[in-house]
Design a protein around this ligand. Structure first.
Ligand code: PEP
Ligand code: MN
Length: 339
């Protein structure tokens, strides 16, 4: 059940409603927006009648929610989630953010070089994997803690926010001091134990759509994180497996407006993994902005031919710079701007 309090509801009235909900067996999540407070009751309560809540003082609306994802659903935060970082960058507002960098952190020289390049082109976040989920156990597995230290150092030096993938529960604590956003990869979208643990931390998180996952499954996975109280969550479309073989995955651009309708969570687009081919990445990035994404995550490498992972889909720095110029022209057409 969702109970939207009226604009003028007092704190006492809100508390009274919360207590009633808890008496029924609901777990109550409270969100205070600019205009009103919304209370989401999740769990399996005893039978109840929403009308009892509709008539309570301070209540504007009470609705029984049949959707399986209550906290990820749009009704929980009709105005949309905006995540604000300490340096003032926001995700989910009017501006479309850009995250860019290599698939993997490979060396000090590589990460410092590419960080300067993507910053100069206008990115706000530096991406780079330190722990890599590779299809083959013989492929490069990432620099681990050394890679995280390099990311933090370059983040502090350039002012770029850092996003990097966490692959398992044991890495969470170790990663917290080094990253600004935890990324959960496509292969882990349904690692429910990991999702539950991420729900307990207070660190912005980006959850990628699994390569065989439906949008509903993505939102249910988001629910695992939100139900732990970690509300600073963004979702990411990174392409799904279809029968098409020309591209690495099929970039599901339609997931962007669909998620924006169903959920309040910011939606990031990853055209690099979406198509897997450098020559098609800019078109998908442009289309994603036109479709209403809140941000892009794009692989850029100073020397893609030498990349230890995903070289074929990594943009050359000059290609990325050109793309940023195009995105700055497209964003205003959909009432956005590039941060
Ligand atoms: C990545 O971002 O480099 C990555 C491994 O992505 P995904 O989990 O979408 O495959
Ligand atoms: Mn990659």
């Amino acid at each position: 059940m969702i109970v939207a309090m009226s604009e003028k509801a007092t704190e006492e009235q809100i508390q009274h409603v919360i207590e009633r909900m808890m008496d029924l067996g609901f777990n109550v999540h409270k969100t205070t927006g600019a205009i009103q407070t919304v209370l989401a009751g999740v769990g399996m309560p005893v039978a109840f009648d929403v009308k009892d809540f509709e008539v309570m003082d301070g209540v504007a609306e009470a609705v029984r929610i049949t959707s399986p994802y209550k906290l990820a659903g749009r009704k929980f935060r009709p105005e949309g989630t905006v995540i604000t970082f300490p340096n003032g960058v926001t995700v989910g507002g009017d501006k479309v953010v850009v995250m860019a960098g290599p698939c993997s952190v490979e060396s000090r020289e590589q990460i410092f070089t590419v960080a300067m390049q993507v910053k100069d082109a206008g990115a706000q976040f530096l991406r780079g994997g330190a722990f890599k989920p590779r299809s083959s156990p013989y492929s490069f597995q990432g620099m681990g803690l050394d890679g995280l230290k390099l990311l933090r150092e370059v983040g502090d030096e350039t002012g770029l926010l850092i996003i990097s993938e966490v692959m398992e529960i044991s890495q969470i604590e170790a990663m917290l001091p080094y990253v600004d956003v935890l990324q959960i990869g496509a292969r882990n979208m349904q690692n429910f134990n990991l999702l539950r643990e991420i729900g307990q931390v207070r660190k912005p998180t980006m959850l990628k759509r699994g390569m065989c996952a439906t949008i509903e499954e993505l939102l249910l996975s988001a629910e695992y994180i939100l139900s732990g109280g970690n509300y600073e969550l963004m979702l990411c479309e990174r392409g799904i497996r279809t029968f098409e073989t020309y591209t690495r995955n099929t970039m599901d651009i339609s997931a962007i407006p669909v998620v924006k309708t169903l959920s309040h969570l910011p939606m990031i687009a990853d055209p690099s993994h979406g198509v897997g081919r450098r020559d098609k990445v800019p078109a998908m990035a442009r289309a994603s902005v036109a479709a209403g994404c809140d941000g892009l995550i794009i692989e850029v490498h100073p020397n893609p031919e030498k990349a230890t992972s995903d070289g074929a889909q990594s943009l050359y720095p000059e290609q990325f710079t050109k793309l940023m110029g195009q995105l700055r022209m497209i964003a205003p057409a959909v009432e956005r701007s590039i941060a």
